[in-house]
Ligand binder design. Structure first.
Ligand SMILES: [Zn+2]
Length: 67
């Protein structure tokens, strides 16, 4: 399994290649670095981040819709 860590916010996403952009901070593909399966503690921290991600994204979408 391959994971990618966002250098900007520390979020971790799974996939064969780095995501187009970060779900959390919307950083580009260049911001992702590959990490190993063994970095389990990082993954756990990322899961805790999931709920904040949803809150953050909601706020971001709200800002977009106001424009
Ligand atoms: Zn990020």
């Amino acid at each position: 399994m391959t994971y990618w860590k966002c250098k900007a916010c520390g979020d971790i996403q799974q996939g064969k290649s780095p995501p187009e952009e970060c779900n959390v901070c919307f950083a580009g593909r260049d911001s992702f670095v590959r990490i190993d399966d063994k970095d389990v503690d990082l993954l756990e921290r990322s899961e805790k981040r999931q709920k904040y991600r949803r809150i953050f994204k909601k706020g971001f979408e709200r800002r977009l819709s106001k424009k």
